[in-house]
Design a protein around this ligand. Structure first.
Ligand SMILES: Cc1cc2nc3c(=O)[nH]c(=O)nc-3n(C[C@H](O)[C@H](O)[C@H](O)COP(=O)(O)O)c2cc1C
Length: 342
């Protein structure tokens, strides 16, 4: 396994049952860093505090994406997904996770203090969901025609609503077609925006990259040769029409198209959105269901308003997700746990 994929080799058998508190807490962080993040920036830092027996989660804003995410919304959502992995892992190892959100009055990068408390009894669902942390990967490939059972969708909606977040399923051919058109417009607007392209090009790497962050071309379905030129193409060619056509086909062939929205639009809501996202993805993955994102309309303000009006949403849409059954895809790189420990 390549050096930058080694984080995925973490095994539950390595849990330091008889180790120190520090060793146990650091072990939990090894699962947190497998969470998804915008452009795979991994914008998080963890501080293991042995005295207080807790893990502090911080936003690492040096990894922000100022062009597509000027308010750091997706950055905080990504941290929320990592936080959910932390909680899921603690539960699996028989700890409740007591979470204090935004515990500092002065430091708004300090997103959460998480304290494991002994006595949690994981059931078979907790176990399946924990196992899914290593199985979950963003799958940007076409899905099969197999439908997702309504009962499973209800379970996914329920998991998201535990965080007071709404999973809106886009239904009806006409409405889906309108959403596809908005996504296509998003592709074209973003591809024509030089700043957007420059920012993306910094985070897309050739397949054989040794980089421990960013997205290797294979995650977009690129072969080795094409992936080698991808940072250049993204930064210099107008690829909007090609991407729009590709996204149209992907969405058309996806059994589920959904939007994740929060009621309010503050950092605490973004954090819960990230937790809800990871709950959704892990539950889906544990059922063999893959997902990927089409967030372009969220990242272009006028399209976000159009999407909201089209679907009659009362809240703030943050993520557009397609789901279905697909072939397995490869994991993407992660930084070593030592690099994210404060
Ligand atoms: C908040 C957020 C927004 C994302 N937006 C997009 C997106 O618009 N398009 C996309 O292809 N992937 C998107 N992703 C997926 C990331 O690129 C992906 O999580 C990252 O590259 C790591 O890969 P993995 O999910 O396979 O581990 C997003 C992920 C998060 C958490």
């Amino acid at each position: 396994m390549k050096n930058n994929l080694i984080a995925w080799e973490v095994s539950e058998n390595d849990f330091p049952k008889n180790g120190t508190a520090k060793e146990k807490l650091e072990f939990f962080v090894r699962y947190a860093i497998l969470a998804p993040s915008g452009h795979n920036t991994q914008p998080w830092l963890f501080e293991v505090n042995e005295d207080e027996m807790c893990i502090n989660l911080y936003a690492d804003r040096t990894r922000a994406l100022p062009v597509i995410d000027p308010e750091d919304t997706e950055l905080i959502i990504s941290c929320g997904a990592a936080l959910q992995n932390l909680i899921t892992t603690m539960n699996y190892f028989e700890y409740f996770a007591e979470v204090d959100f935004f515990p500092s009055e002065t430091d708004n990068d300090h997103l959460a203090k998480v304290r494991p408390m002994i006595g949690y009894e994981p059931d078979s669902t907790d176990k399946k969901i924990f196992t899914a942390i290593k199985k979950r990967h963003t799958n940007r490939m076409p899905f099969s025609d197999d439908k997702v059972d309504g009962y499973i969708l209800e379970k996914l909606k329920a998991a998201v609503s535990e965080e007071k977040i709404n999973l809106y399923i886009v239904e009806g051919e006409d409405i889906r077609e309108e959403v596809i058109k908005i996504i296509e417009q998003g592709d074209k607007i973003q591809a024509a925006n030089k700043s957007f392209c420059r920012e993306l090009a910094q985070w897309v790497h050739p397949n054989r990259t040794n980089s421990k962050d960013g997205i290797p071309g294979y995650a977009f379905g690129m072969g080795d040769l094409i992936s080698f030129g991808s940072p250049f193409f993204i930064g210099n060619l107008n690829w909007g029409d090609i991407q729009a056509g590709r996204d149209r086909n992907l969405v058309k062939g996806s059994p589920v198209l959904a939007v994740i929205e929060s009621k309010n639009n503050k950092p605490i809501d973004w954090l819960h959105t990230g937790m809800a996202l990871e709950k959704l993805l892990l539950r889906a993955s544990s059922q063999g269901i893959a997902a990927s994102y089409l967030n372009q309309p969220i990242e272009v303000p006028e399209l976000r308003t159009r999407l909201k009006e089209l679907l009659g949403l009362n809240g703030y849409p943050h993520l557009i997700i397609r789901m279905g059954y697909g072939k397995e895809v490869k994991p993407t790189p992660r930084r070593d746990v030592e690099e994210v420990l404060k």
